[in-house]
Design a protein around this ligand. Structure first.
Ligand SMILES: Cc1cc2nc3c(=O)[nH]c(=O)nc-3n(C[C@H](O)[C@H](O)[C@H](O)COP(=O)(O)O)c2cc1C
Length: 209
């Protein structure tokens, strides 16, 4: 299903965040997307999951980004996927949402769209790269074209905190109270700008199918 041509194309910035660090990254990345003329950023989150099967969340969260729908994903022109690192992997609420996307997968809806990923950790060597690489796997199953962060972003060479060629990252610290520093902010913005440019450039690829 193609998106109505009259709508502004958008990059879906889809993230989960419990303590706010990944949300802060999402906002910087979205600002990068929005700095590109002709494309918008759509910030969406996913609800937490609970081991109590009866637990239900309101359809609209009390604050922050609203919950993503499959249509947000269906009609996007690019996807930035963000998650806290949990044992070197993405958090289960995000995986849970991705596990509901079979219908999009069967119809190749996300094929030929650009995607990227970002994560936040408590410790510097706590699995940022492992998380980013494992987040890439479902995106490849969907046929998306993965875009990391190229080394022309020279902060990759000098950062003392987050930032990887696999996607951006943030060191939140053991107390989860370390804000994004200048390198992490600039890299997240650059990642958003790149994804915005790629989404516009690749638009004809997936709109033709
Ligand atoms: C269950 C669980 C597992 C975690 N695993 C890791 C980990 O493997 N490495 C790490 O550095 N931090 C780990 N953390 C810490 C979070 O990744 C970190 O606090 C992150 O910045 C939270 O992002 P948020 O503020 O967006 O929720 C873990 C946290 C939880 C709750």
């Amino acid at each position: 299903m193609t998106r109505p041509a009259s709508e502004t194309p958008y990059v879906l910035v889809l993230f989960y965040s419990r303590n706010g660090a990944t949300r802060e990254m999402a906002e910087q990345l979205a600002a990068g997307v929005e700095s590109i003329s002709g494309i918008a950023a759509r910030l969406r989150t996913v609800p937490p999951v609970s081991t109590t099967c009866e637990a239900v969340d309101p359809e609209i969260p009390a604050e922050g980004a609203v919950y993503a729908s499959l249509d947000d994903l269906r009609h996007c022109h690019g996807l930035a996927l963000g998650s806290p690192t949990r044992f070197g992997n993405m958090a289960s609420p995000l995986k849970y949402f991705l596990d509901t996307t079979s219908e999009l997968w069967m119809n190749g809806v996300l094929a030929d769209k650009p995607a990227t990923a970002f994560t936040s950790t408590a410790s510097l060597h706590g699995g940022q790269e492992a998380t980013l690489l494992t987040m890439l796997i479902p995106l490849l199953h969907h046929g998306m074209v993965y875009a990391g962060v190229p080394y022309r972003e020279t902060r990759l060479l000098t950062t003392q905190s987050g930032g990887t060629p696999y996607g951006t990252s943030h060191l939140a610290g053991a107390q989860a109270d370390r804000p994004l520093d200048d390198d992490e902010t600039a890299l997240a913005r650059a990642q958003g700008e790149r994804l915005g440019r790629l989404a516009l450039a690749m638009r004809s690829l997936h709109e033709a199918t």
